[in-house]
Design a binder for this molecule. Structure first.
Ligand SMILES: Nc1ncnc2c1ncn2[C@@H]1O[C@H](COP(=O)(O)OP(=O)(O)OP(=O)(O)O)[C@@H](O)[C@H]1O
Ligand code: SF4
Ligand SMILES: [Mg+2]
Length: 349
């Protein structure tokens, strides 16, 4: 991997569960994020994928300091930003910007597009362009493929895809090095999703951006990710390069997610095996002992209830090397090709 720009170690966010009106007593905790590790290289894209409620947005919010971690560290260029405050924190925050999931609710309907995109300059005047701010905003509109003449329009005058372009322009205003995109295309029509992903791809090479790209669907992140982390109930259970994850998954949960990805080719579709997970995702207030996936895993054995599997390269792959030798938190990690591999190696979608 390229030199890491962000390094996340044992990141935890627990929300206290309290009871009582006069005397509030903590009776438990929502373990929304429960020990997440990853590194993000310069100019690289890390895809984070997992079902609803697994803690993706909570990770995103901690990265941009909208939530404070319960414990763990987030290093930006080697410095732990969870310990910063005041001016030092502000300077770092400028470099890590967020693009939100829902472009319908994340843009203030009473502000013009020009004011929305230029708003970060009010918060960070030190990073505002000298002289004509509106000129810079027009340039940003142009960069994201919108007509600069639209600067005085309001959000309701734009389509969903255009609104997300506005959200991206705002994210770019301070020239950040990292963009955390929390399901940036999930609220958009399928036909528009690819356009926005392609735009983000182009901006990445143009501005040397690193992305944390969050999605609940594996097919969306494949195209843009260099590496992928699969999350389940507050933890990353498998991580590797896109080829390792899509073509050589070793964790049963990843295999199940992949088996649900739409395959456009009918012949290929017939040959693939659907893995249907039984049971519901357990509550993050009551996480199963041992392997947290065991209540839904078709391979679970006694050991799975007793020992927490570490996120590491399984020993039996370590010596052999090859694409199956990547981090997988499973006592019985084994390769299983779920999705037929395309000729162009680009997978589904
Ligand atoms: N402020 C909060 N107080 C208590 N629990 C919370 C809070 N915010 C999130 N949670 C819980 O933490 C868990 C993780 O939520 P989070 O929003 O991070 O999931 P997600 O993976 O982004 O889900 P989705 O795909 O639906 O966006 C959920 O069980 C959620 O209900
Ligand atoms: S450790 Fe056990 S329960 Fe967990 S994924 Fe592996 S086989 Fe399934
Ligand atoms: Mg979310």
């Amino acid at each position: 991997m390229a030199e890491p720009i962000l390094e996340v170690r044992d990141l935890v966010k627990h929300y206290p569960l309290t009871r009582g009106i006069l005397f509030r007593k903590q009776v438990g905790a929502v373990r929304a994020v429960d020990g997440v590790d990853f590194a993000l290289g310069r100019g690289e894209t890390l895809g984070i994928v997992g079902e609803s409620g697994c803690g993706k947005s909570t990770v995103a919010k901690m990265l941009v300091n909208l939530e404070r971690p319960t414990s763990g560290s987030i290093r930006y260029k080697g410095e732990d930003i969870t310990r910063l405050s005041g001016r030092a924190l502000k300077a770092v925050r400028r470099n890590i910007q967020m693009v939100f999931q829902d472009p319908y609710t994340s843009l203030n309907p009473r502000m013009t597009v020009g004011d929305i995109i230029g708003e970060p300059y009010d918060i960070h005047p030190e990073a505002a362009p000298k002289g004509d701010r509106r000129r810079r905003v027009r340039e940003l509109l142009d960069v994201v493929g919108l007509n600069p003449e639209y600067i005085n329009r309001y959000p309701h005058q734009f389509s969903g895809g255009q609104r997300q372009r506005i959200g991206i322009a705002r994210g770019l205003a301070l020239r950040p090095e990292v963009i955390v995109a929390d399901e940036p295309v999930s609220a958009l029509d399928v036909s528009v999703q690819a356009q926005v992903v392609n735009l983000m791809d182009r901006l990445q090479s143009e501005f040397g951006l690193a992305y944390v790209f969050i999605a609940h669907d594996l097919s969306i992140v494949r195209h843009i990710s260099d590496r992928v982390g699969v999350m389940y109930l507050g933890r990353i259970v498998e991580t590797g390069t896109d080829t390792e994850i899509y073509e050589h998954p070793t964790h049963p949960y990843t295999q199940a997610l992949l088996s649900a990805v739409p395959v456009p080719d009918p012949a290929a579709r017939e040959h693939r095996e659907r893995i249907i997970l039984t049971g519901d995702v357990p509550s993050p207030t009551n996480i199963p002992s041992g392997c947290r996936f065991r209540t839904r895993c078709w391979k679970a054995q006694e050991r799975c209830a007793l020992e927490v599997p570490a996120l590491a390269v399984p020993e039996w792959f370590g010596t052999a090397g090859g694409p199956a030798a990547h981090d997988s938190a499973c006592h019985f990690a084994a390769e299983k090709q779920v999705v037929p591999v395309d000729e162009d190696g680009d997978g589904p979608g």
